[in-house]
Design a protein around this ligand. Structure first.
Ligand code: ATP
Length: 258
């Protein structure tokens, strides 16, 4: 199907809720292969729920989801678990295993999913650490010995361990200072270009949205109310999108965007 080659993620009429609360309400969204899509929305608006549902970690009430041409969840429950391990995922609390070294953390998905010699796993770990801008010797450190920026990079190296075609990032720059956040953004952009990765990124970071995202999608009232390059989002008439990008705080931060 031509569409499956063009789109990395296709979501149709998705409904997700908890008890009486409907969080995602007949939402549709297409993510193009090779793009970095930024997802914005109010706190508690359902961004993480949407991401986790796409990955197959949260059940849906109705709707269709396809990731890299494969249906997620629904009646194919055996596919759910493999989807979560097959795609690279960096959660907001992307905690590393504190009792494992950096190298062992990066190797964790390899151990869980493949049978490889220790030598090969060590080579892969070094390659992944270098890919995210860390040194081979950082592999001997424990998570408690890392800065926030290094921790995110190790979590990213772990997410890349199985060479996923798609990365899911939940607020990857939260908690980083602006320089570390900018460096992390540049790394994501480099990975997109060099590995041809598709990136689905939940973020509140206006700098990330303007500098690395090819398109931005705005989630409000359980739906995608605007989607397009940042310059188009800035022209959106939707009240929530206007308030988000043209509110006092955004204007203070982004005078050049007006
Ligand atoms: N497992 C769950 N059980 C019940 N309710 C949940 C569950 N997960 C999320 N919710 C609810 O779904 C809504 C959306 O939460 P979600 O974490 O997706 O928001 P968000 O847009 O990612 O917010 P933030 O920007 O603050 O991280 C919230 O009202 C939350 O309480």
């Amino acid at each position: 199907m031509a569409d499956a080659q063009f789109f990395a993620i296709r979501v149709r009429d998705l409904v997700v809720g908890f008890g009486r609360q409907i969080v995602i309400d007949r939402l549709s969204l297409d993510v193009i292969r090779g793009e970095i899509l930024g997802l914005v929305g109010a706190s508690g608006g359902g961004k993480s729920v949407l991401m986790r549902t796409i990955i197959g970690l949260i059940p849906r009430r109705s709707g269709e989801i396809e990731v890299m041409g494969q249906p997620i969840g629904g009646t194919h429950d055996h596919g759910t678990q493999s989807a979560a391990t097959k795609w690279g995922i960096l959660f907001q609390q992307g905690a590393l295993f504190s009792s494992l070294t950096v190298r062992q953390n990066v190797q964790f998905p390899l151990r869980e999913n493949l049978v490889l010699s220790q030598e090969l796993m060590d080579e892969i770990a070094i390659a992944k650490l270098e890919m995210v801008g860390l040194r081979a010797q950082d592999g001997d450190k424990y998570p408690a010995e890392l800065s926030g920026g290094m921790t995110k990079r190790v979590a990213l190296a772990r997410a890349l361990a199985l060479d996923p075609p798609i990365l899911f990032l939940d607020e990857p720059t939260s908690g980083l200072d602006p320089i570390a956040a900018g460096d992390f953004d540049a790394l994501i952009k480099t990975l997109q270009k060099t590995l041809g990765l598709t990136v689905f990124m939940v973020t509140h970071d206006l700098a990330s949205l303007t500098t690395v995202c090819d398109r931005v999608a705005a989630l409000a009232d359980g739906k995608i109310v605007a989607i397009g390059p940042m310059r188009e989002l800035l022209l959106s008439e939707h009240p929530w999108v206007r308030a988000y990008f043209h509110g006092k705080r955004s204007q203070m931060l982004q005078p050049q965007m007006r």
